[in-house]
Ligand binder design. Sequence first.
Ligand code: GUN
Length: 295
Amino acid sequence: MAMIIDGKAAAARVIDAVKAASAEFSATTGSPPGLAVVIVGEDPASHVYVGAKGRKAKECGFSSIQHTLPGTVPQADLMALVARLNADPAVHGILVQLPLPKGFDQEAVIQSIRPVKDVDGLTFVNAGKLASGDFATGLNPCTPAGSMLLVRSVHGDDLSGLEAVVIGRSNLFGKPMGQLLLAANATVTMAHSRTRDLAGICQRAGILVAAVGRARMVKAGWVKPGATIIDVGINRIEENGKSALTGDVDFDAVSEIAGAISPVPGGVGPMTIAMLMANTMTAARRSIGDVRPVI
Ligand code: GUN
């Protein structure tokens, strides 16, 4: 039976470090780290996520400002809000909740965020810094950064000699996850929907990261005995007449084969918000010339 990787405990350790750094920042500067969260439209799931981000920010001692705009707001008004937040010295992190409603040029909005305040790590500047290994001034996307902490909790900081396979190649997750694994010296394969013999490729992986968005797609026969499995999927399924959350990995069967596995829920999920807080704290520190890492 695999070791279950406890994302809640790992996230709690990150939050403890952020709280300590936040208290120190507030005492030193006389004002707290500031996170601005922008949400456009009525999508209920997005409102749930944004509410959770705001609550966690307050728990960390941040000033958290939510800007809620109607789905009918003109693109120019949304861009003007981002420009105001870019210029506001009390705001250290800006997050525009995605997806934006249909009709918005999402990329233009994201790319207009100042890279030093881009706590989602989605601007081209931050993607480029990650690709070229500039961890000193870049900000990395939260879910890959959180997944990486879980990988490190099993394997330590140096993944030399390990083969890692990432399934999924999105800008939000797969690509940055591959870069982080590479920076830690893993030998990385990026697999995706057009990959041939996905099962055969996964069987080579000492570290297998699944971000496909299909419930229980990764089967026990795809997994090398003793491998570390990071499940990034969050899929809502109907089972026995009830709605349940499940990952991209067939957990019950795979946990008989794997060495370590992150569950859904309770694995990667809690790490995402924790890393958003860590990125905001890092951005706040850098704004006063304090370059110490938060975690
Ligand atoms: N929507 C789903 N995940 C994310 C995320 O990590 N950041 C933003 N901004 N929106 C999201």
